[in-house]
Write a protein that binds this ligand. Structure first.
Ligand code: FES
Length: 351
């Protein structure tokens, strides 16, 4: 009887794939007992026949055959894998007394004998999920110890390779332009242009400032500061009879005169404006008259015109004694002799 070897799961599946070409017909032939072979007992179903071991590792695996000569189905192989134990061991419940006392040494297959340095194979998985998982990937199924987990190299994810395209070159129009003065003439022209530009900006700024000032001035009305229409010139004794006081001419445009008019001595305020065309006459003390420098009109001390083109006498302002006894002149009212207004008490202070 040929020496049996325990098949690994990979070998079993490889043998099953190799012998699966027969299809249902082969399976039927493998499952059915061969002619002349006695039918298997009921107890034999729990101990299916073991598949034939390969001659040696490296040789092509031959399809597993049933004890009757037919091929084993995949179900039979898996069942054999579940129930298989150490090579050469008897099925469960059929151990002899000698085997119980002293287990027989495990026969080494020819392939194993040819490889003395091969490490001991790990324990094979027993459940179907582990068998199939181990068959799909050559890793140990089930939990692993801490030493195995530490020895297992961590599968580092492959680093993506980023390919950076080179930067495109800048076009000519995008490069900064370097302005270099070609000659002294060109530099002079540039300086002149810069100076003219500065002058232009200054002119614009000046015009803008002037317009701003004018606008501000327009927003505020002009106020004409005029002297008050009423003012005091002093006490009556400061104006003796027959005299013309000129000190108020420049400031108030009047002469204060103490003279006789129609037989009555009066203090009056004469307006220093010629009745011809509005010039300012002068008092000539030596000639005792008012003389207009423009066209030669002359007026007496009391203001009556007597020569020149002046058509009428000088005008009077309103005059009165204030509460404090001083003479007060009011320029808001005028009195004309040709109109008979000099007889108005408001036009003189009797002395
Ligand atoms: Fe005085 Fe003509 S303005 S005389």
């Amino acid at each position: 009887m040929a020496e049996k070897k325990k098949l690994t799961v990979a070998e079993m599946l490889a043998a099953a794939r190799a012998g699966d070409g027969g299809g249902a017909a082969d399976k039927t032939a493998g499952d059915a007992p061969a002619a002349g072979t006695p039918p298997a007992a009921e107890g034999a179903s729990s101990t299916p026949p073991k598949p034939a071991a390969p001659a040696a590792s490296g040789e092509p695996i031959k399809p597993a055959t049933a004890p009757g000569g037919g091929r084993m189905s995949v179900a039979d192989m898996l069942a054999a894998a579940r129930t298989a134990k150490a090579p050469g061991a008897a099925p469960a419940g059929e151990k002899t007394a000698s085997e119980k006392a002293a287990p027989a040494p495990k026969p080494k297959p020819a392939a194993a004998a040819a490889k003395p340095a091969e490490p001991a194979a790990p324990a094979e998985p027993r459940d179907t999920a582990s068998i199939l998982g181990a068959a799909r990937k050559s890793e140990k199924a089930g939990p692993m110890s801490k030493a195995e987990a530490a020895a297992k190299p961590a599968a580092a994810p492959p680093k993506p390779t980023i390919v950076v395209p080179p930067m495109p070159l800048k076009p000519a129009y995008a490069k900064p332009k370097v302005v270099v003065a070609k000659s002294a003439d060109e530099a002079d022209r540039r300086d002149f242009a810069g100076a003219m530009l500065a002058v232009g900006f200054l002119m614009v700024a000046g015009i803008s400032g002037i317009w701003t000032l004018l606008t501000v001035k327009f927003m505020f009305p002009n106020v004409l500061r005029e002297p008050p229409s009423k003012f005091k010139v002093g006490f009556p004794d400061a104006f003796p009879g027959g005299q013309v006081q000129e000190k108020f001419k420049a400031q108030f445009g009047i002469w204060v005169v103490n003279a006789e008019y129609n037989g009555q001595q009066q203090i009056v305020a004469l307006k220093s404006v010629c009745t011809h065309l509005g010039c300012t006459p002068n008092w000539l003390e030596a000639e005792q008259k008012f003389k207009c420098p423009c066209h030669g009109s002359g007026f007496y001390k009391d203001g009556i015109n007597f020569e020149g083109p002046a058509p009428r006498p000088l005008e009077r302002y309103a005059i009165r004694l204030a509460d404090d006894g001083q003479i007060e002149v009011d320029k808001s009212r005028t009195f004309q002799e040709e109109m008979g207004a000099w007889t108005d008490p408001g036009s003189f202070i009797p002395v």
